[in-house]
Write a protein that binds this ligand. Structure first.
Ligand code: ADP
Ligand SMILES: N[C@@H](CCOP(=O)(O)O)C(=O)O
Length: 312
């Protein structure tokens, strides 16, 4: 049985900031910047892709489009036949290659759309959006669960991937963000692909470094949820930012300047955006520090949505 012609879904998926310093590949934070897409099974065979907003001038319009590719892979995993005709209409606000999780946003959108179409079309018996299943598939496709899990569940998340057979399963727990914690994101014009940024990381780190980073990740969980005064110390990373410094020197210049003024600043994901976890109204101070650097920064206060991917 195939998904009937005319079956359609529209959904929204938030951006995310990953790592938050030491929580490399496991801590994520949803950001209130949203991609929206509508997918419809069409009578006419073939694929039509319309894109507006981020990536409109760069993403492919064929089967290699990330959302389409992800839907096809998801149907394969769910044992559902891919429909012969498909129309994807995407309106994207999440900037690409800036460290705000755009690829995870697209992948979560693709997995969720494929899942919901299969349920609506009567070929899969499940909730329309089974967030637990969507999280595991999306995290596996992205290759690390931090961004995908935040886009799936919203809020702040901590994710662990269990190497279960036949597919890895991601377990995500919410971190109940302290009500005073606010996210400010500083976005430069430049881009950096996550793939490139991961290629410069060391394969092995000394035990003492791993131990010290683990301690800070534990402290990060505590600071985010209970004691934001500790966020400066808790956002010290020992695994990835220094190794990537040559890839985003202007971002590290800003991180260093903000931290010297006591702000919990980190690279957002694999960069080059900068995330500041702040309390109280320090936005003007953040703007002043950013203005004094050698780069132009767009300052976003996107909010942290309490829910992630959802149908509209
Ligand atoms: N909404 C989207 N639709 C299609 N492709 C996308 C979308 N969002 C991201 N991508 C793809 O992912 C790439 C960016 O991914 P990545 O390098 O991981 O950066 P980041 O996730 O930090 O934005 C884009 O160049 C594009 O190829
Ligand atoms: N943990 C990953 C996060 C990548 O985030 P992105 O938003 O840059 O895709 C990493 O640091 O590589």
């Amino acid at each position: 049985m195939t998904i009937p012609v005319g079956t359609t879904v529209t959904l929204r998926v938030p951006a995310s900031s990953a790592n938050l310093g030491p929580g490399f590949d496991c801590v994520g934070l949803a950001l209130g910047v949203w991609d929206e897409c509508t997918v419809t099974v069409t009578q006419e065979p073939g694929l039509v892709v319309d894109v507006a907003g981020s990536g409109a001038d760069s993403v492919p319009r064929d089967e290699s489009h990330l959302v389409v590719r992800t839907m096809v892979t998801t149907w394969e995993r769910l044992g559902v036949a891919a429909p012969a005709g498909l129309h994807l209409s995407a309106t994207n606000a999440v900037p690409h290659g800036r460290g705000m999780g755009s690829s995870a946003t697209a992948i979560v959108g693709g997995v969720a759309a494929a899942h919901a179409l299969a349920v609506r079309g009567g070929v899969l018996a499940a909730e329309e959006l089974d967030l637990t299943a969507i999280n595991s598939i999306a995290s596996a496709l992205e290759g690390h669960p931090d961004n995908a899990s935040a886009s799936v569940f919203g809020g702040a998340t901590l994710s662990v991937t269990e190497a279960d057979q036949p597919l890895p399963r991601t377990r995500t727990v919410p971190l109940r963000l302290h009500r005073q914690v606010e996210a400010v994101v500083l976005v430069p014009e430049t881009t950096l692909s996550t793939h490139t940024a991961r290629s410069v990381l060391p394969e092995v780190v000394p035990l003492a470094t791993a131990a010290a980073n683990s301690a800070r990740t534990g402290l990060l969980v505590h600071a985010l949820t209970s004691e934001p005064e500790l966020l400066l110390m808790a956002t010290t990373d020992l695994l990835h930012q220094e190794a990537r410094r040559p890839s985003y020197p202007h971002s590290m210049e800003l991180v260093d300047a903000l931290r010297a003024e006591g702000m919990a600043a980190t690279i957002s994901g694999a960069g080059p955006s900068v995330l500041v976890l702040t309390t109280g109204d320090r936005v003007e101070q953040i703007r002043r520090i950013a203005d004094a650097t050698s780069t132009d920064w767009q300052v976003l206060i996107p909010g942290v949505p309490e829910r992630g991917v959802h149908l509209v």
